[in-house]
Write a protein that binds this ligand. Structure first.
Ligand SMILES: Nc1ncnc2c1ncn2[C@@H]1O[C@H](COP(=O)(O)OP(=O)(O)OP(=O)(O)O)[C@@H](O)[C@H]1O
Ligand code: SF4
Ligand SMILES: [Mg+2]
Length: 350
């Protein structure tokens, strides 16, 4: 892989879902474009329901877009077979309780990408499974165990081993630690970071955690109501957010700068509906900078220093000191969603 090479690209992706009784269309993703470059970690953030997982699933080829295209190493994803896709891109999901088959031994679960591909002896597969289990911090003897015998953190290590054993180029991690106990989250994140370096991986990392963004991500994309509204290098976006929605997300965690106070956004305002998005800029009912233009004219993404912002009145604040030093790791961006809360109910220590 060349540095700067685009490994996965989403181009104007849209995904609608049909809701019943009464029948109506929910527009979960509404024209999102995103590029993941070789060797980088791109964080995707946004409030619950903004469309992050739907976008990630389309980029994995697990969900068909209603409109738009996904390219993997320049090839349209629908032209790749399931095996070819799996060889290049692998997922790590939020819930290690749901993502591992309880009836299979850990060794068979981790071996799956190799056995599906075929062409290797059972002895070689067993050898590679043992090596991979060690690399994720579990002993070789874990191969004989079942998922029910493992803690949440150990299960997520198994899920990571399964994702990486066939040496993919890209890993899409959707909230990989939010179902885990806080004491285990940093261990799993550090493991992902180490493996990224060892295996020259690129990560698309969906997260609610600003500490994870600050410490692990090279770039960050901010999603609101099915669109990417701001994207740029992590340092620039976190220290000088230009979109009012990014300012809202960050206002809960960053120390206020007296020279550049963040706008007072009504956090109790009801988030706009994906069934009937507001006219113009979809954020205008919640935005303190909204003008008459914002109510009628949808902002087009404008390039800024090595990123973009989709706003008629972006902030002009300049990036300042690195933020990783002032943000704890991990540090939640906002209250967990209902799905997170359900997962919390299952959590265990390693
Ligand atoms: N299969 C589906 N059928 C109907 N609606 C769906 C479906 N999947 C997702 N949605 C809706 O699409 C919207 C975006 O969902 P998505 O799961 O992508 O959000 P998210 O940003 O990942 O949220 P969270 O942070 O809570 O995980 C939500 O309103 C959700 O209810
Ligand atoms: S376009 Fe207008 S309403 Fe939308 S975020 Fe920018 S200032 Fe706010
Ligand atoms: Mg999600």
């Amino acid at each position: 892989m060349r540095k700067g090479q685009i490994v996965v690209e989403a181009s104007s992706l849209c995904r609608d879902f049909v809701l019943r009784r009464p029948t109506r269309i929910l527009r979960a993703v509404r024209g999102a474009s995103l590029r993941l470059y070789a060797g980088e970690t791109l964080a995707l953030v946004g409030e619950s329901g903004s469309g992050k997982s739907t976008l990630a699933r389309m980029m994995l080829g697990l969900l068909l877009p209603t409109r738009g295209d996904v390219y993997v190493f320049g090839e349209p994803i629908d032209k790749l077979s399931r095996l070819e896709r799996a060889r290049l891109v692998q997922p790590v999901f939020q819930d290690p309780y749901a993502s591992l088959n309880p009836k299979k031994r850990i060794g068979d679960i981790v071996a799956m990408p190799l056995t599906a591909r075929g062409g290797q002896t059972a002895a070689l597969v067993a050898q590679r499974v043992g090596d991979m289990l060690e690399r994720v911090g579990l002993g070789r003897d874990y191969a004989a165990r079942y998922p029910a015998e493992l803690s949440g953190g150990q299960r997520q290590r198994v899920a990571i081993a399964r994702a990486l054993i066939a040496e993919p180029k890209v890993v899409v991690c959707d909230e990989p630690t939010s179902a885990l106990d806080v004491s285990v989250q940093a261990q799993i994140l550090n493991l992902l970071q180490d493996l990224r370096e060892q295996q020259s991986l690129s990560y698309l990392l969906v997260t609610h955690n600003i500490g994870v963004v600050a410490h692990l991500a090279d770039r960050v994309a901010v999603m609101y109501l099915g669109r990417i509204v701001e994207e740029g290098p992590t340092q620039a976006v976190l220290s000088a957010p230009q979109h009012p929605y990014t300012e809202l997300l960050l206002s809960a965690v960053l120390p206020l700068d007296p020279d550049h106070p963040l706008p007072q956004i009504d956090e109790d305002a009801v988030p706009a509906s994906q069934v009937a998005p507001p006219s113009g800029c979809a954020f205008h009912p919640r935005c303190p900078r909204a003008s008459a233009r914002c109510q009628s004219e949808d902002p087009v993404a404008e390039l800024r220093d090595s990123g973009f912002v989709a706003c008629h009145h972006p902030s002009s604040k300049q990036p300042d000191e690195p933020l990783a030093s002032v943000i704890a790791f991990p540090h939640p961006l906002h209250q967990p969603s209902q799905a997170d809360a359900t997962a919390e109910a299952h959590k265990e220590n390693v």
